[in-house]
Design a protein around this ligand. Structure first.
Ligand SMILES: Cc1ncc(COP(=O)(O)O)c(C=O)c1O
Length: 446
């Protein structure tokens, strides 16, 4: 293999990447002038569109007036204002926000916060975290232990302080071989069973993505799943953490995906679209009541973060929220999202290789199989997702890869564009996607 030029240690080591020099709206432009339609907002990040001047101006103004203060020494106007703006939108009871830089850190913070709430309540034995297989919660060791994405976990498995995993709500390939609604939400009842097996007095929290994202190629849970999980958590004194790093901030056509399911968590994580996909900004949301529990028992949250509560990142977040509000982009994500779903169904619904198209708002997944009748996946070694992704990228359309939802096999693609995408661009992306799947898989089947 030839030497990688330059001094960067790139994340992908098996190919050279094009140089991106500009981005605006739904477009990213390379230094060779080639334009890419960003139909996944990177990793489902860019919600308000690329190159928003309002965010640039807010960040510039913030840098010129107050660039950095330490979070234990000062508060700042942008921090206070963003917290207030979020509190007006988040599900009932979530009115306190601890800001970090990445989704992974938000998840770490939530895990530690849950533990500290139990310590403050005088329950030091509550320390076990329960999570789900086929989930993604981040790259740091705590978040990775919570995640149920085998290929990411395996190299570090002996080093993880592991969570206890239960099956996800993934009806297409139900872990119990059941069908909804006759299943009576067996996958949610697994939480009850697991808490009882561990011993309720030892369990700290349950964490799940409100709508499964990266690892399951988007999978909204069946009706009743979250209310039942909430009941089970309450019955056993277990805290509920909803991970909305991907599905929050308008992505599903509501400000937060929890609104679709009428569930109010104890803690909720945010990231990605929180800053419109510009500066590194994430948050864990909780209630004043939980914060007070900690305050009344020892004074402070034992945590850290040089760049936590960062004034400049909060200014970007505030500007992004302003755009979502002013341009009614969450409403647009709901209405145009339906068109996106329809376009994908129309173009791909009859494909012999498409097993399922699912999603809501501007968050859709396509699961690709070798045999649509039996749902037999392609062997992972065939790298079907990667080949389709590459064919599309070469044609100037970007989607997001999702693999290994069927055991260690399984192929999927995520379509989750910025909310400013037009109907015409949606059709362009759906057409190109259908063409790429056909081309790649027709040649594989020959
Ligand atoms: C649901 C969820 N949680 C956490 C993370 C981790 O976020 P980050 O990559 O910003 O650390 C991700 C990233 O994809 C995610 O989808």
């Amino acid at each position: 293999m030839s030497k990688i030029p330059g001094a960067v240690f790139p994340r992908v080591l098996d190919k050279e990447l094009p140089l991106a020099v500009r981005s605006e709206g739904v477009w990213i432009e390379g230094d060779d002038g080639k334009r890419y339609l960003d139909a996944s907002g990177g990793a489902v990040v860019v919600n308000v569109g690329h190159g928003r001047k309002e965010i640039a101006d807010a960040v510039f103004a913030q840098l010129r007036t107050l660039s950095y203060v330490h979070p234990t020494m000062f508060t700042s106007p942008s921090l206070e204002q963003l917290s207030q703006a979020l509190a007006a939108r988040t599900p009932a009871g979530l009115d306190r926000f601890y800001f970090m830089s990445s989704g992974s850190e938000a998840v770490e913070s939530a895990i530690k916060l849950a533990r500290q709430i139990h310590l403050a309540r005088g329950n030091p034995e509550r320390q076990v975290l329960i999570s789900r297989w086929k989930s993604y919660h981040g790259l740091t060791m705590g978040a990775l232990a919570a995640a149920g994405r085998t290929s990411f976990r395996l190299p570090f498995y002996p080093m993880l302080h592991d969570a206890v995993h239960i099956p996800p709500p993934y009806c297409l390939r139900c872990a119990y071989g059941l069908s909804y609604p006759e299943c009576r939400l067996r996958c949610a009842l697994a939480l009850d069973e697991t808490i009882q097996n561990i011993g309720p007095a030892a369990v700290s929290a349950f964490i799940g993505e409100t709508v499964s994202g990266a690892t399951l190629a988007v999978y909204p849970p069946p009706p009743g799943y979250w209310p039942l999980v909430r009941q089970i958590c309450d019955r056993h004194g277990v805290l509920l953490i909803l991970d909305e790093v991907m599905c929050g901030m308008g992505r599903t056509g509501r400000w937060f995906a929890a609104e679709h399911y009428e569930v109010a968590p104890d803690l909720m994580t945010l990231g990605k679209g929180l800053s419109g996909g510009t500066l590194a900004l994430s948050a864990v949301a909780t209630s004043t009541a939980h914060m007070e529990t900690i305050r009344n028992n020892g004074g402070s949250f034992v945590h850290g973060g040089t760049f936590s509560h960062n004034a400049v990142a909060c200014a970007a977040g505030l500007a992004a929220m302003g755009i979502l509000e002013r341009e009614r982009l969450v409403e647009r994500a709901a209405s145009l999202g339906e068109k996106l779903g329809e376009a994908l169904m129309n173009r791909l619904g009859a494909s012999p290789w498409v097993a399922d198209i699912r999603g809501l708002g501007m968050m859709w997944g396509i699961e690709i199989v070798k045999d649509r009748e039996t749902l037999q996946p392609f062997a992972r070694a065939e790298k079907v997702t990667e080949r389709i992704w590459k064919a599309l990228f070469e044609e100037g359309v970007i989607v997001y890869k999702s693999v290994a939802m069927a055991g260690t096999d399984g192929d999927g693609l995520v379509v989750a564009p910025p909310f400013v995408i037009t109907e015409e661009q949606i059709h362009l992306a759906a057409d190109k996607l259908a063409g790429a799947i056909d081309r790649v898989l027709s040649s594989t089947s020959e």
